[in-house]
Structures are given as structure tokens and as C-alpha cells.
Design a binder for this molecule. Structure first.
Ligand code: SF4
Length: 398
């Protein structure tokens, strides 16, 4: 235990224990691998391995995790243009020239965790608020007026203030306005995910932040989120509850991005085998400035982010890839045709941000500040179609 690590005080006593003995448990798989060994294996990949992975992709062969390592390695840097073209080809083949637009709706900035990189961290002296149902309705109307039909509900992690009963109430209000509801909230129990599934929640996003077990403890000092294994097993509980889609990712900038990205790909493969009928999405958030300061230990430049997005596409031509307004307008415009399939637009990262723009409450500052209309116009000007509504979900829940 380091000086910075404080044993979590707010563990949910009803929380089911993770069965670490289960052979197919992903926590065990992470435990059985060595971070440094995986990192070294990525760094020593040579050009031959990169060329081999590109050739497999060209002839539509499925790439292995070893191929993925080669594509995110430094040896792949000279092949970035090849990777980008291949990523574009695969994406258009599977998704056409479409871009789904969504918007985050922050319901609360209350949080019982201390995370060293987040503006909502419990120790930060910011004003806290949780939207009531009337305020949620006002936000819904403001968002709907911008044309959205797909929202992502976001909260801090405060079981006491924003637990399953609150979510159920909020979703009942929001279902009247939106056909596609995704959520990015604290990890829940399987039965709670079943309740969300019954209300028609389409997808749940849960990011591991970093898969480096020891370093994870240094970023997550207090609260339920400091339980590395419980978080890592969350996608299994989501899958067991029958939710249609799981979103995975890590927070780029905390630890070596290549190694964390490899573990994301490994977890994706694991989940695909286990929950073969589910859909998956990946996000690649880079650490942004926020209240309390966020230390970027392992910076990732834009060229490397392009490499990672293309590598994910070559590795998996089915997975949805999502790019948020954390990134600049120029970068997002350039990435439009290179593998990404969904984007947020006109985002606010504070509760009540659409009906009442109070910046003091925001989680982090965004980079692409364009209006929804400007982003939509940019997409169509490049020959792409904006997808506002997930028609498949609309048909299945009607
Ligand atoms: S990252 Fe999530 S859990 Fe951690 S402080 Fe921020 S909102 Fe809370």
C-alpha cells in the first residue's frame, strides 16, 4: 500500500463478490498476464509483423491480438497512411458513409469517489447538483430541439443520490422524447441492469480507465471505483442482463496508451466470444483539463490517436468507434472518414447544461465547441449521412 492509497470506505456490502477462480473470468486473465511483458512485446514488434497484419486485413482475414499489437507499435508508424486507407475501406464496407450523432446528458455531478483525474472527484470543492424530474424534462426538450434522438446519460458515481430508483424515474421521463438511451454511470448489479434493460436502455458504457492493477489504485483513492476487479467484471454483468450493447475504453494519458489499448482489445475479444449476439463500441478519451488538475503521465499525440483508431478498425470491422468533443474540430473533421462511426456534438459536461449553461458545474472542458448544426453540416459536406435515430432499436421497442 502506498502513501497515496487509502482503503475504500464506501464498498457496497450487497455487492456480489467477483469469482476470481472462474476460468473464464476476465479479471483472472488480466492477473495472469504481466503488464510490463505485454508492453515490451508491443514495443519490439517489427515491420514484418505490421506488413503481415496489413496483408491479412487486405484479404479480409480476421486479425489476432498479436496483429493488433503490431499495428499499435512504433514499427507501424511509417504505415499510417496504409492503415488509414484500410480503416476507411472496412468502415465503409460495414457501416456505409454514415455518422451517428449523440449528445451526453449529465444528470448529476455528485460523486462518492476520489479519482485523481476528474473534476467531479469528491474532494473537489465544486457546487454539486442532481437534476430533478422537472429539470430533466427541461433538458430533454432543449436537446430534442437540436434534433437529437440518441442521448447518453452521464452521472458521477453516487449510489445514495443517483441509484437505480432515480435512474428508472429519469428514464421513464426521457423515453417519451428519445428512442435510443445509453448510460455511463456507476457499475451496477446484474439485477439492476435487468431493470434498465426492461425500460429499453440500449447500451451501457463502462471504462476501465487503466488495466494496470497497481497504478489503478493510485488514481482511484476512495469509493467503490477503487475496486479494480468489480469494475473489470462489469461488462459481464451487463451482458448477463441482456443489454444490447456494451461500450469499453480506457482513459488515454494515465498509463502507457499502447498497453492499455491492447487490454481493451483483449477484453473486447473475450466479451465477443462470451456474448456473441451483443454489439460493442469503443471510445478513446484523452485526458482533458478539469477542476483539480489532471496530470497527463503518458501523453498521446494526435498522430498516435489516428494510429489507434485505425488499428481498432483493422482488428475488428464490426465494432462501433466513437469520437467525442474532447477532440478538436479539425481532428474530428479529419477522422470522419477514417474509421469513426459515431460522434457527440454540441456537448455540455455539466448537469442542466442545455437549459442553463453554468460552466462552474462541468466535469471537463471540451475542445470542439461547434454547434450541432455546424457539426451536422460538416458531416454532410463530406458526403456522409447524419444518423439521428437508431432505426433498428426503434423497431424492436415500438
Ligand atoms: S471519474 Fe467518475 S467516479 Fe471518478 S470522480 Fe469522476 S465522476 Fe466520480
Amino acid at each position: 500500500m502506498t502513501a497515496a492509497y487509502v482503503k475504500p470506505l464506501m464498498i457496497d456490502i450487497d455487492k456480489p463478490k467477483v469469482d476470481m477462480k472462474a476460468e473464464d473470468c476476465f479479471s483472472s486473465q488480466v492477473t495472469m498476464t504481466d503488464w510490463q511483458e505485454e508492453q515490451s512485446a508491443i514495443m519490439v514488434c517489427d515491420e514484418g509483423a505490421v506488413v503481415s497484419a496489413l496483408e491479412k486485413s487486405r484479404v479480409n482475414q480476421r486479425l489476432s491480438l498479436q496483429d493488433f499489437k503490431a499495428l499499435i507499435s512504433p514499427a507501424a508508424t511509417p504505415y499510417l497512411e496504409h492503415m488509414a486507407k484500410e480503416s476507411q475501406r472496412l468502415t465503409q464496407q460495414r457501416f456505409g458513409k454514415t455518422m451517428q450523432l449523440f449528445v451526453p446528458l449529465y444528470l448529476s455531478n455528485m460523486c462518492s469517489n476520489i479519482c485523481t483525474y476528474c473534476g467531479f472527484s469528491m474532494e473537489n470543492k465544486i457546487r454539486r447538483t442532481t437534476l430533478d424530474m422537472k429539470q430533466i424534462e427541461a433538458e430533454a426538450l432543449a436537446i430534442k430541439a437540436k434534433g437529437f434522438d440518441h442521448i447518453l446519460l452521464v452521472t458521477g458515481e453516487s449510489e445514495r443520490k443517483v441509484g437505480i430508483d432515480y435512474f428508472e424515474e429519469a428514464i421513464k421521463v426521457l423515453r417519451q422524447h428519445f428512442s435510443h438511451i445509453a448510460m455511463e454511470v456507476q457499475p451496477l448489479k446484474t439485477q439492476e441492469y435487468e431493470r434498465l434493460n426492461a425500460l429499453g436502455v440500449e447500451s451501457i458504457l463502462v471504462y476501465q480507465e487503466t488495466y494496470h492493477r497497481d497504478k489503478y489504485a493510485k488514481y482511484h483513492l476512495k469509493g467503490n471505483k477503487s475496486d479494480f476487479d468489480y469494475r473489470l467484471q462489469t461488462p459481464n454483468r451487463i451482458g448477463d442482463a441482456g443489454i444490447n450493447k456494451i461500450g469499453l475504453g480506457c482513459l488515454l494519458g494515465l498509463e502507457d496508451w499502447r498497453t492499455d489499448a491492447f487490454y481493451v482489445a483483449k477484453q473486447l475479444s473475450y466479451l465477443e466470444q462470451r456474448y456473441w449476439s451483443m454489439k460493442f463500441s469503443l471510445s478513446f478519451p484523452r485526458l482533458r483539463p478539469c477542476e483539480g488538475g489532471a496530470e497527463v503521465n503518458s501523453p498521446m499525440n494526435e498522430r498516435e490517436l489516428v494510429q489507434l483508431i485505425c488499428a481498432y478498425r483493422l482488428f475488428n470491422n464490426q465494432v462501433e468507434l466513437s469520437l467525442s468533443t474532447r477532440e478538436s474540430a479539425v481532428f474530428r473533421d479529419n477522422m470522419l472518414a477514417l474509421g469513426v462511426t459515431s460522434m457527440s456534438a454540441g456537448s455540455k459536461t455539466q448537469p442542466g447544461g442545455y437549459a442553463n449553461d453554468d460552466k462552474a458545474l462541468e466535469q471537463f472542458s471540451i475542445d470542439d465547441n461547434r454547434s450541432v448544426e455546424q457539426v451536422a453540416n460538416m458531416i454532410t459536406s463530406k458526403g456522409y449521412q447524419v444518423v439521428w435515430k437508431d432505426w433498428q432499436q426503434g423497431l424492436t421497442t415500438a
